[in-house]
Design a protein around this ligand. Structure first.
Ligand code: MN
Length: 240
């Protein structure tokens, strides 16, 4: 069996010389690759037809982190709390998610990826947790902390798939987000919570492998449970 192909979504940035490039932190690519899959980077700006051509060859998809989703995607007004919006990325990832779910393709969402999955399936977001959620703890440990800084604990739902992967013990995670789930989409189960009640992991019910986490396991690959998360994803992609 050849290694499964896992598509990873990318974002736009400016190169040092000032021209536009598609980019992705190497940590995602390495984590997927070390877990036994062949990573495929998905550029932005593709037609839906070309996107389908790529998707039809993939065994799984990783919705990566990045800037904020435009609030219009969950019928909320644009406020000045939302940062780094790229509506082209929003619509491409929404398209990918809908198609992936239709064909029951395994997916993993990370940070923005969790938010994307929630919004794409009908949920809404806090556009800023600290401004909008009572008794919020600090979740935005960026840009001045190491990406692997263990910021807060999460409580896992005992019978969840993610608890089966990560183990039952107390788990500390990094936290590089300022947005979070406000109302959960139908079909998603909340499977991890931060101490302030913010949802830190979700799973799509009745689905082969549809899981998303609010933290960044790709920066925590020195921790066995976070390696196990990528291995479990790759295994689900291998058995399709
Ligand atoms: Mn957090």
């Amino acid at each position: 069996m050849p290694a499964p192909l896992i598509g990873l979504t990318t974002y736009r940035m400016q190169s040092r010389l000032g021209f536009p490039v598609f980019a992705l932190a190497e940590a995602y690519v390495q984590a997927v690759n070390h877990a036994g899959a062949a990573p495929v980077l998905i550029p932005l700006g593709l037609s839906s037809t070309d996107l389908q051509a790529i998707l039809s060859r993939l065994d799984g998809i990783l919705f990566t982190g990045g800037g904020d989703i435009h609030p219009r995607q969950f019928a909320a007004p644009l406020d000045d709390l939302s940062k780094d919006i790229d509506e082209d990325r929003d619509s491409l990832e929404m398209d990918l998610l809908q198609s992936a779910v239709r064909s029951r393709l395994p997916f993993l969402g990370i940070c923005r990826g969790l938010q994307l999955v929630n919004v794409g399936l009908g949920g809404t977001l806090y556009t800023d947790i600290l401004a909008q959620h009572d008794q919020a703890i600090k979740h935005n440990y960026y840009p001045d902390w190491p990406r692997d800084h263990l910021a807060h604990p999460v409580q896992l739902a005992e019978t969840s798939r993610i608890a089966g992967i990560l183990g039952q013990g107390p788990l500390l995670v990094n936290s590089l987000h300022h947005q979070g789930v406000q109302t959960l989409a139908p079909g998603l189960s909340p499977t991890a919570y931060a101490p302030d009640g913010i949802i830190e992991a979700v799973e799509l019910q009745e689905y082969p492998f549809g899981l998303a986490v609010q933290w960044h396991p790709e920066w925590l690959q020195a921790h066995d449970p976070m390696k196990a998360l990528f291995r479990a994803f790759v295994q689900a992609c291998s058995s399709g």
